[in-house]
Design a protein around this ligand. Structure first.
Ligand SMILES: *[C@@H]1O[C@H](CO)[C@@H](O)[C@H](O)[C@H]1NC(C)=O
Ligand SMILES: *[C@@H]1O[C@H](CO)[C@@H](O)[C@H](O)[C@H]1NC(C)=O
Ligand SMILES: *[C@@H]1O[C@H](CO)[C@@H](O)[C@H](O)[C@H]1NC(C)=O
Length: 440
């Protein structure tokens, strides 16, 4: 049971480069003096694999006997979202993609009874266990949720890769659930020219309600790190298109064999009037940050040209190089772009509008205990209308099938109000407000 290396293709595919990176990347980011340790608030942490609950004991046994719940494997969460509801309530969503067989469900919430337990809380299927039960034989259900995003219309967007163990069982699909009822409100199956079957790996997704209050005017952007493309879904048209560009590919000038291209998608805030909005991205295998005006991305007709002479080429701008490479990235309502550094245990920040270089990028948090491999980095707005930054941070060795006999923290969910971060204050979050007794 201990120290087994299960070198299976799909896990490697997700993160096979981490190690390559940690080895290669010895670029010291800024100076030690600028690295101040800051503790994020720990909402949950797991010292053993996530315990997945079932509606009944019988269903649990059936799943185990059928090989649908492999207790010898560590279930690996990949994405996270926190949602504040009414009455001091909040929910945490996790994706646990079916990177291998033996994952009973790929979209989960923390079980109600365990919501206030920090250590090793159990999870349950979302929206229901039935949605996950077919294991790729019913494509209307969820085959393998990889990415989630909660928009301002209280919808949980889910990107289902359709893959189990790297095999394309179903086409990828985009689902949206209304978090007031947990009912499904949208289902969109990606057309075959939008993705590369069995190859595409979706590393980020963002849903943008372009006009405040008009929930139908939404576009969803999805990064395909292994297929090297960006997929845009337009809800009003109920259609999608794929964008490819050389800057979405790994930077071949870096000496390694990693295949990871466009890893993130972040958008300029929309409340800053009269300013052009941009979509920011970077390839994991690159030091550069790129931007492109959103209206170009959103104009489907601009992408129907042969790749060699795209009229849009001139709109892609390399903002600058950070001199190191970062992984998960997100932009807040004031245009602060946060990114986590692989192998450096740090979170960095840059503000839109100023030059992009190592000098203008600040280290906002540093902590070897907390910042490991961050596969999910999200913003959420709490009931005081403050934005909070949340991260799912995982021991990178888990991605190559490593198991420890007795371990410290395998993965953890950590958060901080963005204003605390920027003002250099101690981290606080809205989930602790729950301790204050609500007025009757
Ligand atoms: C497939 O899954 C969906 C969602 O859970 C469900 O509504 C539907 O009845 C299932 N279809 C079959 C044939 O089992
Ligand atoms: C949004 O779309 C739905 C379904 O097409 C429609 O029923 C609804 O009226 C639309 N709402 C607005 C505000 O356009
Ligand atoms: C989209 O791009 C085309 C050129 O390909 C242009 O004629 C059209 O005006 C653009 N539409 C919008 C809404 O910007």
């Amino acid at each position: 049971m201990c120290s087994v290396f299960v070198v299976d293709d799909s896990r490697l595919k997700l993160v096979n480069m981490i190690y390559v990176w940690i080895l290669i990347l010895n670029v010291v980011f800024n100076t030690e003096a600028r690295l101040h340790r800051r503790n994020f608030y720990t909402l949950y942490k797991w010292t053993h694999g996530i315990d997945m609950t079932f509606p009944t004991e019988t269903e649990r046994e059936i799943a185990i006997n059928a090989g649908y719940y492999d207790l010898t494997r560590i279930q690996l969460p990949v994405d996270v979202d926190i949602h504040y509801g009414e009455n001091y309530d909040y929910r945490t969503f996790l994706t646990i993609p079916r990177l291998n067989f033996g994952v009973p469900y790929s979209l989960a919430t923390i079980a109600e009874n365990d919501r206030k337990i920090e250590l090793n809380p159990k999870v349950k299927a979302f929206p229901t266990y039935e949605w996950h039960q077919s294991h790729g034989t019913n494509c209307t259900g969820i085959t393998s949720a990889l990415r989630t995003y909660i928009d301002e219309c209280r919808r949980l967007w889910v990107l289902d890769s359709g893959q189990i163990n790297s095999l394309q069982w179903c086409p990828p699909q985009l689902l949206a659930f209304d978090l007031t009822t947990d009912g499904i409100v949208l289902r969109y199956v990606l057309p075959s020219n939008n993705y590369k079957a069995g190859i595409s790996v979706y590393t980020d997704m963002i849903a943008d309600v372009a006009t405040k209050g008009n929930c139908n005017d939404t576009r969803v952007y999805m990064s395909d790190a292994w297929g090297h493309g960006l997929i845009v879904y337009d809800m009003l048209k109920h259609k999608s298109w794929r964008i490819e560009h050389d800057l979405m590919k790994p930077d071949r000038s870096l000496i390694n064999n990693a295949h990871d291209g466009i890893f993130t998608v972040s958008l300029s805030p929309k409340h800053i009037k009269s300013e052009e909005r941009f979509l920011y991205f970077h390839a994991l295998n690159s030091f550069n940050e790129i931007r492109i005006p959103i209206n170009i991305v959103n104009n489907e007709s601009m992408w129907y040209y042969p790749k060699e002479n795209l009229p849009t080429d001139k709109y892609f701008t390399i903002l600058g190089s950070r001199g190191t490479q970062c992984e998960s990235e997100t932009m807040d309502e004031f245009g602060n772009l946060y990114c986590t550094l692989i192998g450096s245990n740090a979170l960095i920040g840059w503000k839109e509008g100023i030059s992009y270089s190592a000098d203008s990028i600040k280290v906002l948090a540093y902590g070897p205990d907390q910042w490991h491999f961050v596969t999910g980095l999200k913003l959420t707005t709490n009931r005081h209308r403050d934005q909070e930054l949340w991260a799912l941070s995982t021991e990178p060795k888990l991605f190559v099938g490593y198991r420890k006999k007795s371990n410290p923290i395998m993965y953890q969910i950590i958060g901080c109000r963005t204003k605390n971060l920027l003002r250099n204050e101690q981290c606080s979050v809205g989930t602790t407000d729950i301790n204050i007794v609500a007025s009757p």
